[in-house]
Design a protein around this ligand. Structure first.
Ligand code: KIV
Length: 271
């Protein structure tokens, strides 16, 4: 007899309940079907189809070149794999900064063409109108403050943000703005742990940290980084769980040796 297990989908409400109960939220990125299936079946709460795909999938130096069409392609692949996780998709650089109508159109395309459950935008007060317009259309929005990689050429460096009082103050105001605008959660990237703790306490919506300390309501990492696929990338905030680069490199070398030595395919591996 086959038993059909009903998988209950994580929603934005689930994340809110988790914050209320003090239960931490685990989020990872994914950009393709195979990785998303592993991540989802392991029980991750949120899958972020991040514009970090620009770096880890396409090999660009920054997140700026990735297009809306490319994000939709990655997102649709992830959605096909994710049965339990909430799937959040980054609006890429240039798809929402122009005006709120452009932002809404981009968010609608992502939802319609990929089947994802929410979008993420980088920024605070300056994009409030866009966030409100997207949410009014019924699309959940996750915010993103601190180190916002789409602004890398303004920052000039990937070092910790908001160490100075003025920037810390703006972040504290921005997180309130994002909550008032209706965001269901906010990513806090690479800011001092004490500031992230204060920001987390100041709002009712969950914060998800990356390089923002232990007091955030959840944590996010780029899956390629935590799996050790991104050779040589070892920032302080990263916990690397595997060394897949070395393991995969070794496997490819073994395959090459087997082919060249006529060891593969064996009799059992042919028809
Ligand atoms: O694009 C991304 O992967 C992100 C995370 C680092 C939060 O925005």
């Amino acid at each position: 007899m086959s038993v059909n297990r009903v998988i209950k989908r994580i929603t934005t409400n689930t994340l809110q309940e988790m914050k209320s109960k003090g239960e931490k939220i685990a989020m990872l990125t994914s950009y393709d079907f195979s990785m998303a299936k592993i991540v989802d079946e392991a029980g991750i709460d949120v899958i972020l189809v991040g514009d970090s795909a620009s770096n880890v999938m396409a090999g660009h130096e920054t997140t700026l070149p990735i297009t809306l069409d490319q994000m939709i392609y990655h997102a649709a692949s992830v959605v096909r794999a994710a049965q339990r996780a909430l799937v959040v998709v980054d609006l890429p650089f240039g798809s929402y900064q122009g005006n709120s109508k452009e932002a809404l159109n981009s968010a609608i395309r992502i939802m319609k063409e990929s089947g994802a459950h929410a979008v993420k935008l980088e920024g605070g007060l300056e994009i409030r109108e866009s966030i409100e317009r997207i949410i009014t259309a019924g699309i959940p929005v996750m915010g993103h403050l601190g180190l916002t990689p789409q602004s890398i050429y303004k920052f000039g460096t990937y070092t910790v943000r908001a160490k100075e009082e003025a920037e810390a103050q703006k972040l504290k105001e921005d997180i309130i703005t994002l909550q008032e605008a209706g965001c269901f959660a906010v990513v806090l990237e690479k800011i001092p742990a004490a500031l992230a703790a204060e920001a987390t306490m100041s709002v009712g919506i969950p914060t998800i940290g990356i390089g923002a300390g232990a007091e955030c309501d959840g944590q996010v990492l780029v899956v390629h980084d935590m799996m050790g696929l991104n050779k040589g990338f070892r920032p302080r905030f990263l916990r690397q769980y595997l060394n897949l680069y070395e393991q995969m490199n070794g496997a490819v070398k073994a395959y090459i040796t087997d082919v060249k030595s006529n060891d593969f395919p064996s009799e059992k591996e042919q028809y």
